[in-house]
Design a protein around this ligand. Structure first.
Ligand SMILES: N[C@@H](CCC(=O)N[C@@H](CS)C(=O)NCC(=O)O)C(=O)O
Length: 222
């Protein structure tokens, strides 16, 4: 029996955040159950028991422990299975800088980047047109975010300091979505941000997972 079940969805940035964490940790002993969001399977009675807001991702363990919210899941898994993706608890300054990086990613980056992904990507599948005013407002916020990141990344290699951590992983799915929506220049036009992105993308576990996903998506289109 696998150690736990991850309920997610194909193409879900929040699910991919967890999958990338597991890939980086080299952990494969889990079952991935894919829900069809278009069919509303996330709102089924069964999933509402796992996630009171009727969303994914969620992890459940055979003993009953259940956890939702992608970043909480990533942090829990990194702690439980000792993935080297968190600063040691004994280094309280490094832990505080990690928390700081985690908050800035979630509030200053993921919020506007998520709005772009929703307007330009998710709405396509719903047969709805994007709201261009929302996109340009969100894009302005993302640009401003990376202006600051550009300055900070001149003095450190990764978002929380000198080491690659979960906070770097947190960015990957939504940045990929920005590229897919034609906004890759937000990254590529900034030297330090672009170099950070290359460092993240050149990690072999990440490269391997993303290449396999790309292949699977191409096969599904055939
Ligand atoms: N903050 C949550 C967001 C979860 C979320 O919005 N998941 C999306 C999929 S990426 C979802 O379930 N959408 C369907 C819905 O809201 O009905 C997390 O980080 O896990």
């Amino acid at each position: 029996m696998p150690a736990f079940t991850l309920y997610g969805s194909r193409g879900s940035t929040n699910t991919d955040r967890v999958r990338l964490t597991l890939a980086e940790g080299g952990f494969t002993d889990y079952e991935l159950v894919l829900l069809n969001l278009q069919k509303g399977e996330q709102k089924s009675e069964e999933n509402m028991k796992r996630h009171p807001w009727g969303k994914i991702p969620v992890i459940t363990f055979p003993e009953g422990f259940t956890l939702y919210e992608s970043r909480a899941i990533c942090k829990y898994l990194a702690r439980k299975y000792s993935f080297p993706l968190l600063p040691p608890d004994s280094d309280i300054e490094a832990a505080a800088l990690f928390d700081q990086a985690q908050s800035t990613e979630m509030l200053y980056f993921a919020e506007p980047a998520g709005r772009i992904a929703f307007e330009k990507f998710a709405k396509k599948f719903m047969g709805l047109p994007p709201d261009d005013a929302v996109v340009s407002d969100a894009l302005r916020s993302v640009e401003m975010f990376f202006n600051v990141a550009e300055r900070l990344l001149q003095h450190k290699d990764y978002m929380a300091g000198k080491n690659f951590t979960l906070t770097d992983i947190y960015y990957i799915p939504l940045i990929q979505r920005l590229f897919a929506c034609g906004y890759g220049d937000v990254i590529l036009s900034r030297k330090a941000v672009s170099a950070w992105w290359d460092r993240c993308m050149n990690r072999s576990a990440i490269q391997k997972m993303l290449a396999a996903d790309k292949e699977a998506a191409a096969a599904a289109r055939k």
